[in-house]
Structures are given as structure tokens and as C-alpha cells.
Design a protein around this ligand. Structure first.
Ligand SMILES: *Cc1c(COP(=O)(O)O)cnc(C)c1O
Length: 212
């Protein structure tokens, strides 16, 4: 199936469950040609997980299509913060005070104020980054206090478990902290995620096919 048809199908599935949830097309490991196909099919929000890769693909595409909104969805080292601010419009992976402080410092230098999601390690997995659920309230307060524009929470639930309980738990944490956006749900579980309140699903494979 063509990228355009896949996007149409997914958007139909999304809007059958919620009129509010938005599609983030995850274009990691995808070529500029594939990305432009998706843009021509009406896709506006994209996600990339690596700064270096995004830097090699996106400046050119964004010049042509300035209304694109690019989200960073992969873990970031503090030495890449400045570059991330140059390329990304929304940062979904805020996961430590050190990173938050570093963003603030660089943002003040270049006078940018992007929107942030806090990544929550919702399944408390040792191999995943993110703030532990029980530490998230305090971390949200910290980020707000230093002046970051926190708009929501993001998570990747454990791969080998039923995701709903994790999605629901993230929704509870967001609600009690007055955060409206929930970035959760990928190709395999986005409908489940929307039923649990997801506002932004991050979908790669179901749009572009399997990655290498
Ligand atoms: C790759 C990736 C996705 C997309 O996963 P698919 O299974 O291809 O839909 C979503 N979120 C994050 C953080 C990713 O790294």
C-alpha cells in the first residue's frame, strides 16, 4: 500500500475512537522522499529519535514545508541540547533535572521556548530512560518552576505486557498534574492508547513499513 493510503487508513482508525488524537509520523530511518510523500498526503507532525539523523534530513524539508512540526522522541545527551533546539519544535524526552537545566540554559542563550513532554518510565524498566512514576509529580513541578513549558507526558510501555494499565496510569499522572497531552501508543497499540486518553500517537512502521 502507498504511504498516502496507509496514512488515510490510520487517520480513519484514530478518528473512529477520538476526534482529538493526533498522528505523529515517526520517520526515523526513512528517506527524504518517503517523508515528502507523507507530507503530500497531508501529514504535518513528525517524530525523529536521533539528532544527527534529523539534522541530515530535516533542514532542507522544513525550508520547503515550514509548517511541519518536528518532535524529538529519542533519548538525548546534554551535549546535543543546542542542536536539538535548532531542529526540533517539541521535545518529548525530558528525563532528568540535568537535561532540564541544560535546556533552560541553552534556551535563554538563543531565546527559544519549545514545548516539552516529560518521558515517564511507566513500567520501571532498567533499560529504559524516563522519570519513575512515583517521582514524576515532583519532576513536573521542578520543570515548571524553572520555567519550562511542560505540555504533557510521554511513555513507551513494556514490550511484553498488556499496555492498557500503563497507558491508564500515565493518564492518571497527567490529570492530577493538570497536563493535557499524552504521547502514547505506537503502530501495534495506538487504538488501545487512544481509548486510554492518548492525544498523540507515534507511528512509524504502520505508515512506512518495516525498518531495516
Ligand atoms: C520508533 C518509535 C516509534 C514508532 O514505532 P512503530 O512501532 O514503528 O510505530 C514510536 N515511539 C518511539 C519513541 C520510537 O522510537
Amino acid at each position: 500500500m502507498a504511504i498516502e493510503d496507509r496514512i488515510k487508513n490510520i487517520k480513519a482508525k484514530i478518528s473512529a475512537i477520538s476526534s482529538k488524537a493526533e498522528l505523529i509520523a515517526v520517520s526515523k530511518q526513512r528517506s527524504g522522499v518517503e517523508i515528502v510523500d507523507a507530507i503530500k498526503a497531508g501529514q504535518r507532525i513528525f517524530g525523529e529519535n536521533r539528532v544527527q539523523e534529523a539534522k541530515s534530513k530535516w533542514p532542507e524539508i522544513k525550508k520547503e514545508y515550514p509548517s511541519i512540526e518536528l518532535h524529538l522522541i529519542g533519548h538525548l545527551q546534554t551535549n546535543k541540547v543546542r542542536e536539538a533546539l535548532d531542529i526540533f519544535d517539541v521535545i518529548e524526552i525530558l528525563d532528568s533535572k540535568k537535561l532540564a537545566d541544560c535546556f533552560l540554559k541553552e534556551m535563554q542563550k538563543i531565546k527559544k521556548n519549545p514545548a516539552f513532554y516529560i518521558q515517564v518510565n511507566i513500567g520501571k524498566e532498567s533499560q529504559k530512560s524516563g522519570i519513575l512514576p512515583e517521582e514524576t509529580d515532583e519532576f513536573i513541578n521542578y520543570c515548571k518552576t524553572i520555567g519550562l513549558n511542560i505540555i504533557g507526558l510521554m511513555c513507551i510501555p513494556p514490550a511484553d505486557d498488556e499496555p492498557s494499565i500503563y497507558f491508564k496510569n500515565l493518564a492518571i499522572i497527567a490529570k492530577r498534574n493538570g497536563l493535557k497531552n499524552l504521547s502514547m501508543g505506537m503502530s501495534a497499540d495506538f487504538e488501545e492508547a487512544i481509548k486510554c486518553g492518548s492525544t498523540h500517537v507515534r507511528i512509524g512502521t504502520a505508515i512506512f513499513g518495516d525498518r531495516e
